[in-house]
Design a protein around this ligand. Sequence first.
Ligand code: NDP
Ligand code: 8X3
Length: 252
Amino acid sequence: MNKTVFISGATSGIGKACAVIFAKNGYNLIINGRRKEKLEEIKTSLEASYKVKIHCVPFDVSNREAVFKKIESLPAAWQEIDILINNAGLALGRELVDDAIMSDWETMIDTNINGLLYVSKAILPFMIKNNKGHIINMGSIAGDQAYERGNVYCATKSAVDTISKAMRIDLLPHRIKVTNIKPGAVETEFALVRFKGDEEKASKTYQGFTPLSPEDIANTIFYCASLPDNVCINELSITCLSQANGVYTFKD
Ligand code: NDP
Ligand code: 8X3
């Protein structure tokens, strides 16, 4: 029987690349994001290319009621979830802490922390019932070390680090693996979202060096998910060759 992976934030970037690699390897997918039409496009394209089934669950991960309503009402066959990739997330703004827009802070906290917690809490009963599972959280090198104008985004990824460590302890009796993936710069819609659609600012983010691609991260996630049952990669920090950490990037 095919295994099933639930991917939050699968409409673009790293989440979409994960959808492709898991489908290519015969996994059925439950894909989430707010943009329903993008989810439907991905479903149509991947079901046509690979022998897999895809179920779309459009909702905002920061909406607690919607998360539980959609996940608790999954058809029985779709409740057998082997892997959860908590990928939905975003950065908003690059202001200094005293200039920052407070609603941006709230959106990042609500999505990157609360959203990850809600989705995990809603899916965990399915994994606990089966006494197995793998939760893969999308952290960041931004969670290891704060950088200028990163303030609350960095804090949310630091929270993902601590939540991953805490989940790993609490879920040990249920044989559920927890992995924190911590990428450096990956070229996706991330910068365009952070700069609120300003394409010029967004394109400067990746100038002078070759960043990671979403496929680089998806391949690594697939590797972590393909190890024997007794092996768990707890965390992985991954940068392109030009980046040492969230502060130091060597540019041409
Ligand atoms: P993208 O902007 O390309 O993708 C973000 C995804 O998250 C989209 O599918 C978006 O879907 C979804 N999303 C955002 N907010 C919500 C929400 N409230 N509810 C449901 N889905 C949501 O960026 P990336 O692929 O780069 O980002 C994916 C993750 O990787 C994020 O957690 C990010 O913090 C992390 N990351 C990114 C790095 C980078 O340099 N790009 C580096 C390190 C970590 P939709 O808009 O349809 O809702
Ligand atoms: C995204 C990586 O360095 O832009 O988490 O914060 S960075």
